[in-house]
Design a protein around this ligand. Sequence first.
Ligand code: CAA
Length: 258
Amino acid sequence: MSEVLFISESEGIVTLTINRPKALNALNKEVISSIGDFFSSGYKKYTNLVAVLITGYGDKAFAAGADITEFKDLNKEQATDLSLRGKKVFDSIENFHLPVIAVIKGYALGGGLELAMACHMRIGDLQAKCGLPELSLGLVPGYSGTIRLTHLIGKAKALEALITGHMFNSEDALRLGLLNHIDESPMERAKHIVSKIKRNGPIAISKAIELTNTIYIPDVDTDNYESQIFGELMVSEEAKEGFGAFLEKRKANFRNKN
Ligand code: CAA
């Protein structure tokens, strides 16, 4: 197991914990590739997986950005490549078939916020601080941060945050929709959300993730695609169990468990 990314599993929830607290969990190449390994194939060894949580070790930071110590000797091609490789990993999170939730304690900055924004939901603690300070380094975000922040909070607020380097506190981030919830115990809150997710059809959940991602792809007719998916699901075993259970006035059993 990677020392910079702890992976644990309990009751269908895998938790990935970035473990570089001395560097405020900055995302070095090893962290990014370990996360990439999990979402490309590592998850397959966990059967009955319901959701994935990503967090940072300790209370001070989810992740304070990409690891700046890795920047100084990069040439243009290497820097472009670093950005593209990170984007590929973050896209694999956004397109993962199961819900991925970022549990943010303290700083989520730069690449750290970009990682959190690639997740399907973000739960912060009361000390959470979210921002994209890359322009203070003379850079722009490299892991699709400009795009995802604009989608999440709108162009005016996103551009202001980018060009001022503003760090949102937890309440402002919640108000803007950057965080789904804030809670003194964000991990417990995330697990509570997963307990609700567990009641629903796993294939329908994966399709809902796919559909909400598809609206950002310009040449896909999401509205029509939704109808296609609706049709496909209607004749699936999962939906038969779902509406069958409703009609029989019992709880649906999607996961072959009581
Ligand atoms: N990369 C590498 N090391 C980092 C780091 C980062 N992004 N952020 C913090 N650290 C290290 C610090 O260098 C320090 O190490 P030492 O103890 O060895 O000196 C340690 O973590 C603790 O940090 P501070 O002493 O700075 O802690 P603080 O409480 O005074 O400040 C902070 C906290 C405001 C988050 C500050 O650390 C900070 O500004 N960090 C950098 C944030 C940043 O600019 N992130 C964007 C990175 S670029 C990026 O992400 C590009 C991309 O999109 C791909």
